[in-house]
Structure formats: C-alpha cells, structure tokens
Ligand binder design. Structure first.
Ligand code: ZN
Length: 187
C-alpha cells in the first residue's frame, strides 16, 4: 500500500507543478494549446509567425552584440492574446517575462524589440550569474542592465527602474564591456 501511495505521489508531482507553477509550461507550450514552429518560437496565433521570427532575430542580434552570446537560445512564447499570457501564470501590467534559463513569455503588449531584448538580457543574466544567485544581486544591475541594453524610453516605468538604469549606465560606461560578467559575478 505504502508503495502505491509513494508511486502515486511521485506521479502526481509533475502534474501538481504543472498546475501550480504555470511558468513551467514554457517547457511544453503545446500542452497550453500553442504551436511551436521550431525549438525557439511558439505562438498561439500562427498567422503572426513572420512578425515573431523577425522580432526574435533582431532582438537576439542586439542582445548578443551588447552582452554576449546565449549558451542556449531562449525559447520565446509569443502570445497574441492575454488569455495565452495568463495561461503561463503572468498578467497585465507586466508585458513580458523571462523564465529562468528556459525561455521568455511575451504578452500581446510586448511585441517590440525593446521588450524582447529586455527579457533576453534577463535570460543571459540567468545563464551567466545563475537563477538563484540573481535574486541576491542589486536591482540596479539586473533591471538597470535590461532597461539600458534594450534602450527603453522608460515611459510608464516606476521611478526605481529609472534610477536603476542610470546607475547601471554610469557603472557600465566606466567598467567597459569586457569586464561586465566577471565584475557582475562578484557584486
Ligand atoms: Zn526586467
């Protein structure tokens, strides 16, 4: 009996995680009703495929030129509806979200290079610094870098992020690009 219960619990764990931690669904968006056209791009509205492919390509080039290459290219989930975005556990006012080193989820309000570059920067931060370690890094480094590299115009952005961007910019310009990750690791 005990064995049966243990087996049931083990079997139920992924199902529970699937239900409770929705961002995990980035790993298998097909189960959320999306179509993945390749390893990198999934959509809920396949008609927007070309726009998604172009946004991915342009945003990846800018991100990689600025802060380095992806160890693994992020999977990008392009949601054309809020329903799709919410099915991954996110909702307005957030426009897009990086999920560790797994991928990024983009709301219908986040289909722009600026917003996607922002999340790609978070993806690279997770790869270089580590998902857990990132939580202990200063906001000005994590958010400041994402806003600065994506060249965000900072409209409708909380004041603390405006300050984070300014602080990062000052630090980064003095430091120089080559020392970025080595220095960031030790902050
Ligand atoms: Zn951010």
């Amino acid at each position: 009996m005990k064995k049966v219960i243990i087996t049931l619990v083990i079997m139920a764990l992924p199902v529970a995680a699937w239900g409770f931690y929705k961002p995990m669904r980035v790993l298998a968006p097909e189960l959320n009703g999306l179509t993945c056209i390749n390893e990198k791009i999934c959509l809920d509205d396949i008609r927007k495929r070309e726009a998604a492919e172009l946004l991915y390509l342009e945003s990846a080039i800018v991100t990689n030129n600025a802060v380095g290459y992806f160890y693994n290219s992020p999977r990008a989930i392009f949601c054309a509806t809020e329903n799709c975005y919410e099915s991954f556990g996110f909702k307005s006012p957030s426009v897009a979200h990086a999920v560790g080193t797994s991928g990024v989820v983009i709301s219908p309000r986040g289909w722009s290079n600026t917003k996607i570059i922002h999340e790609f920067v978070h993806h690279i931060q997770a790869e270089r610094i580590g998902v857990i370690q990132m939580l202990f890094k200063p906001d000005w480094l994590i958010e400041g870098m994402a806003y600065y590299i994506s060249n965000d115009n900072m409209h409708d952005v909380p004041q603390r992020y405006i300050e984070a961007k300014k602080r990062f910019e000052k630090w980064y310009v003095e430091l120089g690009n080559e020392k970025l990750w080595k220095t960031a690791e030790n902050l």
